[in-house]
Design a protein around this ligand. Structure first.
Ligand code: SF4
Ligand code: SF4
Length: 319
């Protein structure tokens, strides 16, 4: 038994127990659409505001979303850890941006669900839907088993940044490390605002999400600009939001520290020459080994490995 096994088991128990409090607070609620006042009843030229995006979805769709999330996590783990093919990971990344990002309009997302779970744990009057709990817990559970496979290409926020990174520049390790503390500050602030009494409560992660407006083609102008700045700067600087701001990324890196198995660079499967260290745009390789807390399991480093390139060329020729 490794030293991390008891910690992994502890985190697993915590992950399974924590949502139970929230789960216990389920109440059946159905909007009484037939008694809602109409524009005629209200009068005074009242116009019903447009339904907020995203529109509420039914139980079947929620079940489908949770199933697809689990499937994508499994696929990401298989492609990154076993198949070791960047090309297929890019295809998964593009598919997840299309579905979880543009089609499902970035909602419900595990990053925002931190707040729902935090609120439900302190407020007995707040009920959080089952599928939000599932969406919160699944990527963390996957991180305990396979590392940050959610970040490899499943999370639409990370995926869109991953696709934008075309000309990576190296960020000095010290700057990278210092900025990465911001994720924890943001996480603490988000939980603080989520557990305030109902009248003062605020879900800041959702309110200031820089990408969700881009997925929905709507939103406050300044936030759309911030999202655009993240994307444009992300052409050169690898995933700035993921590395320095994402509060869920902070949780994932903590869980992935105790992963049963995670993305690896090994002398028996790779050349072990150190080329990959230069090929990782996220500074996630140290001493020729992937740092499990920082590695997004994106597979970019495999592209720089002569062994993998030769294998891919061979597969292409055979096809
Ligand atoms: S770090 Fe956050 S935004 Fe980036 S891929 Fe992971 S969960 Fe998504
Ligand atoms: S080590 Fe770097 S390039 Fe390789 S999978 Fe991890 S984040 Fe991607």
């Amino acid at each position: 038994m490794t030293r991390s096994s008891p910690i992994r088991a502890g985190l697993l128990v915590l992950l399974l127990l924590a949502p139970i409090g929230a789960w216990a607070q389920q109440t059946h609620y159905e909007r009484q659409a037939d008694v809602a006042p109409t524009e005629e009843v209200i009068g005074e030229d009242y116009v019903t505001p447009e339904v907020q995006r995203p529109r509420p979805v039914g139980a079947t769709r929620q079940l489908v979303d949770v199933g697809l999330l689990a499937l994508a996590l499994g696929l990401g783990a298989w492609l990154a850890l076993w198949r070791r093919r960047r090309a297929w990971l890019v295809a998964l990344t593009a598919a997840c941006v299309a579905y979880f990002g543009f089609y499902r309009e970035g909602c419900v997302c595990p990053i925002g669900s931190i707040q729902n779970v935090a609120t439900a744990l302190v407020d007995p009057a707040y009920a959080v839907p089952y599928y939000v709990i599932a969406v919160f817990a699944l990527p963390l559970l996957a991180a305990l088993f396979f590392g940050r496979v959610f970040c490899s290409g499943v999370c639409p926020l990370g995926a869109i940044q991953e696709l934008m990174l075309l000309r990576p520049v190296t960020v000095p390790a010290r700057v990278d490390r210092a900025l990465s503390w911001l994720r924890w500050v943001y996480l603490a602030l988000a939980i603080y605002f989520a557990v305030l009494p109902a009248a003062a409560r605020d879900f800041v992660i959702c309110r200031f999400d820089p990408f969700v407006g881009l997925f929905r083609f709507t939103g406050q102008a300044w936030l759309l600009i911030v999202g655009g700045v993240f994307l444009v700067s992300g052409i050169f600087v690898g995933r700035p939001y993921c590395r320095w701001l994402c509060p869920y990324g902070a949780l994932l890196s903590a869980f992935s520290r105790y992963a049963w198995r995670s993305f690896s660079i090994t002398p028996d499967r790779e050349l072990d020459c150190g080329l990959c260290e230069k090929g990782c745009p996220y500074g996630a390789i140290e001493n020729k080994r992937a740092v499990r807390t920082a590695c997004f399991a994106c597979g970019r480093c495999y592209r720089t490995c002569p062994v993998h390139r030769a294998a891919e060329d061979g597969e292409r020729r055979a096809a």
